[in-house]
Design a protein around this ligand. Sequence first.
Ligand code: C2E
Ligand code: MG
Ligand code: MG
Ligand code: MG
Length: 291
Amino acid sequence: RAKAHARNTVQAYRPELTQAVQQRFELTHALRHANEAAQFRLEYQPQVRLSDGALIGAEALLRWRHPTRGPISPAEFIPLAEDTGLIIPIGRWVLETACAQAARWQGQPGKPQQVAVNVSARQLRQPDFIETVDFILAETGCPAQALELEVTESLLLEDAEAAIELLGALTARGVRVAIDDFGTGYSSLSYLRRMPVRTLKIDRSFVSELGQDAHVAAIARTVIVLARSLNLDVLAEGVETAEQAAWLQREGCDWAQGWHYGRPMPAEDFVLTPHALPDGPRRTLRHLQLA
Ligand code: C2E
Ligand code: MG
Ligand code: MG
Ligand code: MG
């Protein structure tokens, strides 16, 4: 009776908490079986050179269609996958699938010659991460140069020496490393200088407010200047308008990604948004020079 009473008390006291825990439990269970149930797929979003709109690559983004809830945002399920460790098998599937796609696209005009894959800190901390990358590149026939790994600033902060070693091993193989969502974390500039990375990705939050907020523009400009002075490439995320693209190009940003150029889409549908191309709507993909 006491037990039953205690349970009722908990439920009566914080019903929303119990519900949240229950939902999380159910979502974890579903996530655990999502891969074998073939509920995952990847979409690819174009990355272009700002100066002429040439396609340079694509970012692979994970999609999950839950059997009853439908599509669930990675913003919701990736953190859960990280907490539960499920990101290890899921991340491996992503890497394998993206590398296989990159290998298929090699030499095909109008298709991305480089694919960027998001990797969580937890994946990178696996002692066999480098071995896994080597295995997947060999297995899929994807050239190391065709793979870019997107890491977040938090990884660089947690253990800078370990990060330098790990990213150095990747770079030595020809794999490129990008820092995702740059500007939202707390990267120390002195660490950044020592990090074997190729690209800084300016976070979407800065790009989306470019026209509205002078401080935001100043931050974006600072990231561009920083990248150039460290001899890194810089890519702006979340470019939605021609005005944003023009501003970024004027400020010396090299690359861009966003709805203005193309939404994330299944590999078989991959195409650049025609109106975003420099010569207007009649210019077709066939005329696109690959960078
Ligand atoms: P991210 O790596 O920063 O990816 C960019 C996000 O911005 C994607 O959201 C993309 O769909 C969205 N986006 C791109 N262009 C625009 C635009 O012009 N406007 C707006 N409003 N949004 C745009 P998505 O696909 O929902 O992914 C969210 C985050 O989930 C990613 O952010 C990444 O951190 C994570 N994620 C996605 N796939 C994977 C994966 O395979 N592994 C890991 N570890 N994380 C992933
Ligand atoms: Mg990313
Ligand atoms: Mg990002
Ligand atoms: Mg982001």
